[in-house]
Design a protein. Structure first.
Length: 280
């Protein structure tokens, strides 16, 4: 049963890698957790580890395959009884391979998990919590969400979407006076299960493949820096591996005279023209 007076941090893709370490990092700050992923046994191990160190916390497990659209809606509905504070969309996977020879079943699942799920979760969370003080939405993109990487075009495209969607949402929230803040975290190579899944490999050696990379724990530390900051983007440079915080990086047409007018703006212009006509 949810303890409705307490607030929770949601982490998707929490069964391994960055999600696992992020959950541990928020637990260390005394945050109650809702952790979601496909592999229940990994989530159980995470819960046991956290409660062994922080027995007063509440850790809620939600085992679900979020590449299935219905499961996204079902999970959010299941959380209606909880007071949420932070939502971290971390679930996702990658793919290396030419567009001409892709496994389209895998690509379809990647599109649903990397693009559809965070878009739906973000929209639902913002709709319910945008005016709640202290709330944050953090979507996990990638260095490949700002730079196209050879052999990973489809994956990069999904992360370009995450970067653009989250930066745009962050601007929208600020411009409308919402209290929630939306942020995007863009790590570079990180030692997780990503390499195995992206390459359809039984084993994957990061030392041979990259030489330089971050650990999942380091990535979680970067994410916390972003969480604590007033910046929108936390990004790792894929050449230097330096982590830096930024205001939105993508071009924004906010002041362009060529933007579509909102209904309110259009009504205002019509009213002004009407007043001018009456004066004449």
């Amino acid at each position: 049963m949810a303890r409705k007076t307490e607030r929770y941090t949601v982490v998707t893709g929490a069964s391994s890698g960055i999600g696992y370490e992020t959950a541990r990092a928020f637990a260390a700050r005394g945050k109650n957790l809702i952790v979601a992923a496909r592999r229940r046994h990994n989530l159980e191990a995470l819960k046991s580890e956290i409660l062994a160190r922080y027995p007063t916390l509440d850790v809620v497990i939600k085992a679900s395959d979020l590449s299935v659209t219905e499961n996204v809606y079902r999970l959010y509905t299941d959380l209606k009884g909880y007071a949420l504070e932070t939502w971290i969309n971390n679930a996702g996977f990658g793919h290396y391979g030419s567009a001409a020879h892709q496994d389209l079943h895998k690509i379809g699942a990647m599109l649903r998990l990397n693009v559809e799920a965070p878009t739906l979760f973000s929209s639902l969370f913002v709709s319910d919590y945008k005016d709640v003080e202290g709330t944050q939405l953090i979507n996990i993109s990638s260095a490949g969400g700002y730079t196209l990487v050879p052999g990973a075009v489809a994956y990069c495209a999904t992360k370009f979407f995450v970067s653009a969607f989250t930066e745009g949402l962050a601007r929208e929230l600020k411009e409308t006076g919402a209290r929630m803040r939306a942020k995007v975290f863009a790590p570079a190579a990180t030692q997780t299960e990503f390499g195995k899944v992206a390459n359809d490999a039984a084993e994957y050696d990061y030392d041979k493949a990259f030489g330089t990379y971050h650990t999942s724990r380091q990535a979680a530390e970067f994410l916390l820096e972003l969480y604590d900051s007033d910046k929108t983007v936390g990004a790792v440079d894929r050449e230097t591996f330096e982590f830096t915080l930024h205001d939105p990086l993508l071009s924004y047409a906010g002041s362009s005279k060529h933007n579509q007018k909102t209904a309110a703006e259009a009504d205002g212009q019509r009213e002004e023209k009407s007043r001018c006509s009456r004066r004449e």
